[in-house]
Design a protein around this ligand. Structure first.
Ligand code: ADP
Length: 622
């Protein structure tokens, strides 16, 4: 939990740095230069250590692999076949490298290296038991997810949830799924211990031909194979995101290593599904560096989880670390504002399909207000852009079985049991214990995206003697401080937990009557989905995924799932809260019906995963 707090803060820091790119440029150049020199000196040493570590792991894993002799034989056979195609591949890589600056040491094409290593080192990993789908989900497709975070290994927000839950659901819908992630030092030891060494190789990366070690560690769960890219030079930091100076080289390396690892494992996916700017270079690498390999027919999808983060840095740095040719640094691809390169923008140009996490957000990001300076680029690529709304993992988020709750309930006893949950919550967070109070929850990163200025503006009017507010979040100082102030000002009525606490979040979803999500913009938003699953009525602003997932209450037809408002105005948020209170206090039967409607609403991944699967099929028609 403390880890999450750290990562959230780091993310905010990264964002700040991103905004100050120009100011940071000088320092960055200096750092890159220093890094390059020191790296040269230390790479050999580090590589030896890394290889030693991997070798140790390999020794430990040996007994498991020797039992699978037959499978190993098959793998060697595959490796030999792969070797046959080496000549072709090597020519391709040569072609690419001639465009670069002259390499300082003898440059071996990455693919050749991969194929050679394969014969020596391929270790057979645990097999995935293929589920036979009960429903017909169409032909099988293989998909490699490439992204920077994934629950339960490392999570700093919604992206981590999606990288976990969507592959799991796709595996059920007749997809063969691998998730490729960096092997961060912060991944909990229990998962590190379960990883199996799959092999390693060296890969050329930078414009001057510097080569880097790529190790592959594998872990299998729920029909999904997780492959972690191991490199101690890039991933020894405790957190996934530090600052752009370090993150740019890290993710330039990661994207290429992910593709090279697929080739090394001879696991050729139909689709590589890339997530956010950290995997933004993958669609470009795929075409520029892997176009003449077995990955030539692989299609790429790039999903935008939050357009605010784009991976922008000066052209020289990104060109150096990626080793990409001059011609991709043009205004229609990687270049932005003449001096900067934008990793997300380049990926959008090269991807076969772009998705974002709700239909409304897909439209919004094509406008200047939401477009974060990429609206024209997105309008240009609108033909391959679509919105698919997120779901949540309904096994993890289930009030009937949730191990983090003291009181469990389902639709059958929710009304009574939610009162008990409210009492537990009030006690835990220091609110006056009274089940007649209307309890409003807020679980959020504390940044200006989340509409907290509106919340701060209305708290004094909201606490009318019948209402309590419980806040959980970390983020910008100004919001952390204002919520602390309100807790102090309205003791027993407002409670602010300035922390990241998964268990407390679950207890708020269960014990609150309503949940506020008044975001300035919201690509999809997961908290309103969690809330509905727990029978807590969302009060949301009609933007992005909030608009797509919360149907406004209709008093004439007694339909809808929550209370909504449109313009970003404090008065309208207050009005929405007051409408909710009116129903709660004066028409409790109707309120209770809405609670049950929300709990019955399908917020699972199954519909969204089907849409992704259909898109993969559309991209890979045979
Ligand atoms: P974003 O990705 O923009 O942060 P989302 O609504 O997509 O927002 O996802 C937020 C996720 O993180 C939800 O699962 C929410 O419950 C969780 N979360 C956010 N803040 C906290 C916190 N302080 N403690 C525990 N969980 C949190």
């Amino acid at each position: 939990m403390a880890e999450k707090k750290k990562t959230t803060t780091k993310k905010t820091t990264a964002k700040k740095v991103e905004e100050k790119t120009t100011a940071a440029t000088k320092a960055a150049d200096k750092k890159v230069e220093t890094k390059a020199t020191t790296a040269k000196k230390s790479t050999a040493a580090k590589k030896t250590t890394a290889k030693k570590a991997v070798a140790e792991t390999k020794v430990e894993e040996k007994p498991a692999t020797t039992t699978k002799k037959a499978a190993a034989k098959k793998a060697t056979k595959k490796a030999t076949t792969a070797k046959k195609s080496t000549t072709k591949k090597a020519t391709a890589t040569k072609k690419a490298t001639t465009k670069k600056a002259a390499p300082k040491k003898e440059e071996k094409p990455v693919v050749e290296e991969v194929a050679t290593k394969k014969e020596e080192e391929v270790v057979v990993a645990p097999q995935v038991v293929e589920e036979v789908p009960a429903v017909d989900y169409g032909p099988r497709r293989s998909v490699a997810f490439i992204g920077s975070e994934c629950y339960p290994f490392v999570k700093s927000g919604g992206l981590g949830d999606v990288m976990y839950a969507l592959p799991k659901e796709l595996a059920k819908q007749n997809c063969d799924v691998k998730v490729i992630l960096p092997r961060y030092a912060c991944i909990p030891q229990e998962y590190q211990d379960k990883m199996v060494y799959r092999g390693s190789f060296d890969m050329d990366l930078c414009a001057d031909g510097r080569r880097y070690y790529v190790g592959i560690m594998e872990y299998v769960a729920d029909g999904v194979v997780y492959d972690f890219i191991d490199n101690q030079e890039f991933f020894t930091e405790g957190n996934p995101y530090t600052n752009l100076i370090d993150d740019i080289p890290k993710f330039c390396y990661f994207g290429k290593a992910a593709l090279a690892a697929l080739l090394y494992m001879d696991w050729i996916p139909d689709v590589v599904h890339c997530h956010d700017w950290q995997a933004g270079l993958v669609p470009i690498y795929l075409r520029e560096f892997f176009g003449n390999t077995a990955l030539a027919n692989t299609k790429s999808v790039l999903t935008i989880h939050n357009l605010r983060f784009q991976g922008i840095y000066n052209i020289e740095t990104i060109q150096y670390w990626s080793g990409l040719p001059d011609y991709v640094f043009n205004k229609d691809c990687l270049t932005q504002n003449w001096v900067d390169a934008n990793m997300l923008k380049g990926g959008l140009t090269y991807a076969n399909m772009i998705t974002t996490v709700s239909n409304t957000y897909a439209g919004e990001i094509q406008t200047p207000f939401f477009g974060e300076n990429l609206d024209d680029h997105l309008r240009f690529h609108a033909g391959k852009l679509r919105g698919i709304v997120n779901g949540i993992d309904v096994d993890t988020w289930n009030p009937a079985t949730d191990p983090r709750l003291d009181v469990h309930y389902s639709v059958d006893d929710a009304i009574a049991k939610k009162k008990e949950s409210k009492a537990v919550l009030q006690e835990e967070v220091g609110l006056e214990k009274d089940d007649n109070k209307f309890v409003i929850g807020l679980i959020s990163r504390l940044t200006n995206q989340k509409g907290l200025d509106l919340v701060n503006a209305i708290i004094p009017e909201l606490v009318d003697g019948n209402t309590q507010i419980v806040v959980l979040g970390t983020g910008d100082d100004q919001y952390e401080d204002s919520f602390r102030y309100y807790e102090n000002e309205y003791k027993g009525t407002v409670s602010s937990s300035i922390m990241y606490d998964e268990t407390r979040a679950h207890k708020i979803y269960a014990g609150a009557d309503a949940l506020l999500v008044p975001s300035l913009f919201e690509p999809c938003g997961l908290t309103q989905l969690n809330a509905m699953r727990y029978g807590t009525v969302p009060i949301v602003r009609e933007t992005g995924g909030l608009k797509d997932t919360v149907e406004p209450y209709n008093q004439f037809e007694n339909t809808g799932n929550g209370f909504t408002f449109d313009r970003y105005e404090a008065g309208l948020l207050l009005d929405a809260c007051n409408r909710a209170k009116t129903v709660f206090f004066t028409e409790r039967d109707r309120w209770n019906e809405m609670v049950i409607r929300d709990m019955n609403k399908d917020v699972s991944w199954s519909k969204a995963a089907k849409q992704y699967k259909d898109m993969y099929l559309e991209l890979t028609q045979r």
